[in-house]
Design a binder for this molecule. Sequence first.
Ligand code: TRP
Length: 451
Amino acid sequence: MKERENFGSKIGIILAAAGSAVGLGNVWRFPYMTGENGGAAFILIYLFCVVALGWPAMVAEFIVGRHGGANPLRAYERMGGHKAWALPGIVGMVVSTVICGFYSVIAGWCLQYLVLSLTGNLAIDSTASGQYFAEFSSSAVLPTVWTVVFILLTYAVVVKGVRKGIERSSKIMMPLLFVLLLVLAVTSCVLSGASKGIEFLFKPDFSKLSPNVFLEAMGQAFFSLSLGAMVLCTYASYFGRQVNIVRSAAQIVLIDTLVAILAGLMIFPAAFSAGIRPDSGPSLVFITLPVVFGKAFGGATIFTYAVAFMFYLLLALAALTSTISMLETGTATLSEETRLSRRSAGGIVTLGAMLIGVLCSLSCGAVDTLKVAGQSMLDFCDFFTGQIVLPINSLITCLFVGYVIGSRVVSDEISNCGTLGRRWVPLYMFTVRVVCPLCIVAIFLHFMGLF
Ligand code: TRP
């Protein structure tokens, strides 16, 4: 058995796991969902979802990871007492590698836009911006090269190990991300006419709430907290015995939610001040926002490019701390289950992620045949992992913790063998046994169009 590393500090744990959770989802989906679905009313629902479902589900992954003390595959197998229990771990390893591949395509686009902002070549006119993005994303070479570069960057961090690679880089990147986000949010909020954007984001409109909104909020909560891909389970296997997992999970949930709300305060005030109604997804980030920056900061000025540069840097950092967690999951599993060194196992997983990344990148227009079920491979991977595999794996994790491993283990993990008190254990057991599974099934049926 190879020697296993641990995280060196509490803050390192929080920043690394929050780094995994904070990603493109926080910036390009949450603000839009909030604005469209009733502002502060939606935020309340979302808060309820992350606290009542996301938090317990995260604690469940932490319990398996720390108690198992190994990669997800072995942790499940050990705790479940049967070989078949390795399955959620295997699925986690595969799915996190697939997500790493397609997520890096979009992160690669951010790198290109970072260079464009730096060299003053960003298209800020509304037609030019749309045209540029359509041309760039459908070309064969440049986006593919950036995808590969981004995955190599991820590998460069992961190969250095848990403390020197993941923990150290998170301690640098996460504070930088926060500073950038704060600077951009403040800049956006002091623009003239910004208050309309703030109002759009926060004005509670309870009439917009519906069961659908509730289900969407739940889905977003699971995605945004990186649940189901076993990345948090992998990270938890590096937690020391003294870590308070319930409190750590709460802090990670808090950071992720705070970043999402701040992202709204960065995007909406600037967009409304420029007289543009923002949308979501890639078109928001790569088509709409360049135009917003141009309008808000007086055309092709140094401010426009400086703000754009900070914004794409922020996105690239957010994506990198997420891809690191995805690559680590596959790397840890492969190296511990075989005789391969971390370096070689990481290399193999990196190649796998690259293959998927390159195919997804080419599927955006360069090669027409790369379609699955009528969608580009990129969209298909996104849909298939985010809306099918991740919820199912989260469901299995909750049931595993609720019914298979026994409440004694859960109680010992939550209370650190009694030192933190066991008062909340019964409520927790009820949540993972009943509340989380029912809600996940509901989200799943909803996304499948059955509910
Ligand atoms: N939470 C990330 C975001 O908001 C995306 C994500 C979803 C993720 N599932 C994941 C990241 C699994 C790492 C692992 O962008």
